[in-house]
Design a protein around this ligand. Structure first.
Ligand code: NAG
Ligand code: NAG
Ligand code: NAG
Ligand code: NAG
Ligand code: NAG
Ligand code: NAG
Length: 542
């Protein structure tokens, strides 16, 4: 049974609404669900209902449920047992050649689906194995997918008494010697052989093997307060993070956390998050605000648990940012395909929870955002010339931005989400393409000889990617100065031919203006305007 958060409210509130006499004492208590707590985009609700049938029944029975129209829809993500390939969500398209990765079109689709889309969730669910089996009522349990890339544990016990995070002088954020034999475990029947056979991916950002390899069957019940200095009752995610100062890497953390929420079928924000950072140092996080999409509570640092015995009722060890063949860092993405529903859904989920609104498209103009860098290298030497070319003629609403730590991240997202054509040179700021609308284009004006990175990210997100095509129409200041390695194009500056630049912009513009999602959005705006005008007319007549 999946448990949900219930809030008890008084029937009185309903009576007031219905115009009944207000009683001072509340006699009749009904159970009602606080629907706003779901905090899911409206278009995700019917999927969520189908994986949570009790919730659906409650909605059917609750007159105040705002999602009645989502009850009878047979939508599913694709990993649910009842959900076959003819009915699951899909934005996947494979118009291009697979470049000999697969023999048939069907295989090509399937490859993308199981490596980069909700099919990946199905695969992990199929791997789920019980490593420590509960026998009686208050027992612990441990279930994991292969190589302990994702685990869920009940009543787990951690002994951090010899972790030496604060007292040691090791500044390594990824120590693997925190937990020694006997310092993690639960009251359940452990299959030691299966556990010990899962070590192949032992590595800080590939699996949880280092943290769980010493899992032991304990004599005592972990939650028995004698053994715990601290008991965490709330569901708790333990996370190990890639670089919080780099959007590309950090969003790889977030997307894997989101995918893990699908694995556990739970999107509640009333959860703890423990950041498994084994150093005593603070964690620099330029994108902190994004945590709001995952928890209502402050992040707990592992160093705050140093020296303690900690017991957790319900723990999830999520998928990690640098898994082999994982999403999306270093991922070999099958050629010819684009449009992962998992990535699109992630984008919608984050935007919804951070309350970032789509205010466009504009009736006439195309919204172009030009990302500038304030760094030593990868500057566009003639950027002013490019901007003025864009501004000539009035077809474009041009915004020039420098996304840096001084601009609140929500503000940055509001800009990228309202960008039809996003232009920037190779750099982590291009990760903002994840939050552009479906009809958008991203132009990585030059990829600095790293062609796959943002091209693949744009393919995952399902938006059009373009880059500089003719090298003889650009100039590179010099060969590039890597601080330690050989010369590389990432460490110099560039100038671009204006006419060629505008040729690319016009191709991008055609893509936007002809995109079905753009046309639909334009129509919605037109319809809203008509309605608004007719309301005004009625007002005027009154
Ligand atoms: C995982 O799912 C279970 C079952 O729905 C739920 O009780 C628990 O709170 C979830 N855990 C987390 C960390 O969200
Ligand atoms: C959903 O389907 C049921 C059974 O077919 C029907 O009774 C009910 O009115 C429908 N609800 C909505 C909101 O369409
Ligand atoms: C998929 O499921 C739907 C609804 O359950 C069913 O009508 C359809 O026949 C199934 N298709 C396949 C190919 O199994
Ligand atoms: C399980 O825990 C509850 C609450 O602590 C207790 O009342 C109950 O007796 C326990 N059951 C067993 C089998 O130990
Ligand atoms: C925790 O680990 C320390 C060091 O190994 C050990 O001395 C201590 O007894 C352990 N605590 C419990 C409650 O098992
Ligand atoms: C690239 O630009 C050069 C110089 O303008 C031109 O001669 C050449 O034909 C172009 N190449 C392609 C493939 O368009």
């Amino acid at each position: 049974m999946r448990q949900r958060n219930f809030r008890f409210i008084c029937k009185i509130a309903q009576m007031v609404r219905l115009g009944f006499i207000v009683m001072t004492v509340c006699i009749n208590i009904t159970i009602a669900y606080e629907w706003t707590w779901l905090k899911l985009p409206r278009k995700h609700i019917s999927y969520h209902f189908n994986t949570n049938p009790q919730l659906k029944t409650m909605c059917a029975e609750d007159i105040s449920c705002p999602y009645k129209d989502c009850i009878n829809e047979t939508k599913c993500w694709g990993y649910e047992p009842f959900c076959n390939s003819s009915i699951h969500i899909s934005h996947l398209n494979c118009p291009g050649d697979s470049e000999r990765w697969t023999k048939t079109k069907e295989e090509q689709f399937n490859k993308f689906w199981i490596t980069a889309d909700f099919g990946m969730i199905s695969e992990r669910l199929q791997e789920m194995t019980t490593l420590c089996k509960p026998v009686d009522e208050n027992d612990s349990s441990l279930q994991c997918v292969k190589y302990l890339r994702y685990c869920q544990a009940k009543n787990i016990y951690f002994n951090f008494s010899s972790a030496n995070i604060l007292s040691g002088n090791d500044r390594n954020r990824y120590r693997e010697d925190i937990i020694k034999p006997g310092q993690v475990g639960g009251h359940c029947q452990l299959d030691v052989n299966i556990l010990k056979s899962q070590g192949e991916h032992k590595s800080p950002l590939q699996s949880w093997y280092a943290e769980l390899e010493h899992y032991t069957s304990l004599e005592f019940y972990p939650l028995d307060s004698k053994h715990c200095d601290l008991i965490l009752d709330k569901p708790t995610y333990l996370i190990k993070l890639d670089a919080g100062v780099n959007m590309y890497h950090h969003f790889c953390d977030f997307i894997n956390l989101y995918a893990s929420q699908h694995l556990n079928n739970s999107f509640s924000t009333d959860v703890n998050i423990i950041m498994w950072d084994t150093s005593p140092m603070p964690y620099g996080d330029f994108f902190k605000i994004t945590w709001k999409a995952f928890t209502d509570h402050p992040i707990i640092a592992l160093k705050d648990l140093d020296g303690k015995n900690v017991c957790i009722k319900d723990a999830v060890f999520p998928l990690l940012a640098r898994m082999r063949f994982g999403l999306y860092y270093n991922m070999p993405l099958i050629p010819g395909c684009h449009g992962s529903s998992l990535v699109k859904t992630f984008s919608e989920h984050i935007l919804h929870r951070l309350n970032i609104l789509q205010t466009g498209p504009l009736r006439e103009q195309i919204r172009v955002t030009f990302l500038v860098r304030n760094t030593q290298y990868r500057n566009i030497l003639n950027q002013v010339e490019l901007w003025s070319a864009l501004k000539t003629g009035g077809e474009y609403e041009v915004t020039v931005v420098d996304f840096n730590r001084n601009m609140p991240f929500e503000e940055q997202l509001a800009i990228s989400h309202n960008t039809d054509i996003f232009i920037g040179i190779h750099g982590a700021g291009l990760t903002h393409l994840l939050f552009q609308p479906d009809w958008a284009v991203v132009i990585e004006i030059y990829n600095c000889e790293d062609p796959g990175c943002y091209y693949d990210l744009a393919r995952l997100r399902g938006i059009k990617y373009m880059t500089w095509e003719n090298k003889s129409k650009m100039t590179q200041e010099d060969e590039g100065h890597h601080p330690t390695l050989r010369a590389h194009a990432k460490f110099t500056n560039f100038a671009f031919d204006v006419n060629e630049f505008m040729r690319l912009i016009h191709i991008a513009t055609q893509h936007v203006r002809n995109h079905p999602a753009y046309l639909t959005a334009q129509k919605d705006i037109a319809d809203r305007t008509v309605k608004y005008n007719s309301r005004n007319i009625i007002k005027d007549e009154l």
